[in-house]
Design a binder for this molecule. Structure first.
Ligand code: BTN
Length: 263
């Protein structure tokens, strides 16, 4: 079933996130659209939603597979009035909001993998790409891009990701209403965003650590040719993963792909 723009607009009227909805049947990347709207002065909580993307962007210059009819591709403009260094807290909070949104559909099995992948049963169901525009005085706006595999069937997953990716429907064993997921997602993101603005990073850090199987485990973080290993001991205020090495050094890792080392 296609996304129902009218139903979404009715349900999102007056909400912090979603009061202004830009819907496209097809676009390049909702993040690019959101960035353009942000530069043009779009208000906080403006959302872009697309049925498909022909240039969907992932982290580390990857492509995000974005076929029509099955998934969620959305980008949200936020304008937090805090210093630039706290920008990554927005994507951490988004990961928590997404996992909380997916949990009712998958028996509470959603997990968070640093920096901001959401997994079910160890397979990726959602990716988050945050992009920030700064001013001399701090953050101008953050675009939070969220891609969720909702009703994609296993055979529709490209070969190269079939073993490492999943969808909500594969995990739930039935088709899921994308509109319902979108409305819950914006609601949960509003809640965690307000928590971040009003109470600081601590509640988000606690929630994230509680949903991540990486905590206390030996992990490996790859960034291009470099590989760093250590045991995860926490999450820094700037979103960096904190590792303790075998030589008792503390490392702060701010970019890369992390995986748990199987012993
Ligand atoms: C990742 O690599 O895990 C991040 C993927 C982010 C994909 C989403 S889909 C909506 C938004 N628009 C994009 O082009 N990318 C993000």
């Amino acid at each position: 079933m296609n996304l129902n723009q009218e139903f979404l607009e009715q349900n999102l009227a007056g909400k912090l996130i979603g009061h202004e909805l830009h819907y496209f049947e097809e676009t390049g990347s909702t993040n690019d659209d959101a960035f353009r709207l942000g530069v043009a002065g779009a208000s906080e909580g403006t959302v872009i939603l697309a049925e498909s993307q022909n240039a969907g962007k992932g982290r580390l210059q990857r492509v995000w597979h974005s076929p029509p009819g099955a998934n969620i591709y959305t980008s949200i403009i936020l304008r937090p009035s805090f210093e630039t260094a706290r920008g990554p807290q927005i994507s951490i909070a988004t990961g928590v909001a997404v996992a909380e949104t997916l949990n009712p559909y998958c028996g509470g099995r959603a997990e968070l993998k640093w920096p901001n992948d959401v997994l079910i049963g160890g397979k990726k169901v959602c990716g988050i790409l945050a992009q920030m525009k700064t001013l001399d005085t701090g953050i101008d706006f953050v675009v939070v891009g969220i891609g969720i595999n909702v009703n994609l069937r296993r055979e529709q997953l490209p070969d190269e990701i079939r073993e490492i990716a999943t969808s909500l429907a594969i995990e739930a064993g039935c088709e899921i209403s994308r509109s319902e997921v979108i409305i819950r997602l914006y609601e949960n993101l509003s809640k965690w965003y307000k928590e971040l603005l009003n109470c600081g990073f601590e509640p988000i850090r606690r929630a994230w650590l509680g949903m991540s199987p990486m905590v206390g485990k030996a992990v490996q973080v790859r960034f291009h040719q470099d590989v760093i290993s250590g045991t995860v001991s926490g999450l820094h205020d700037d979103g960096a993963l904190i590792l303790q090495t075998d030589t008792e050094q503390t490392l702060y890792v701010s970019a890369g792909d992390a995986s748990i080392i199987k012993r």
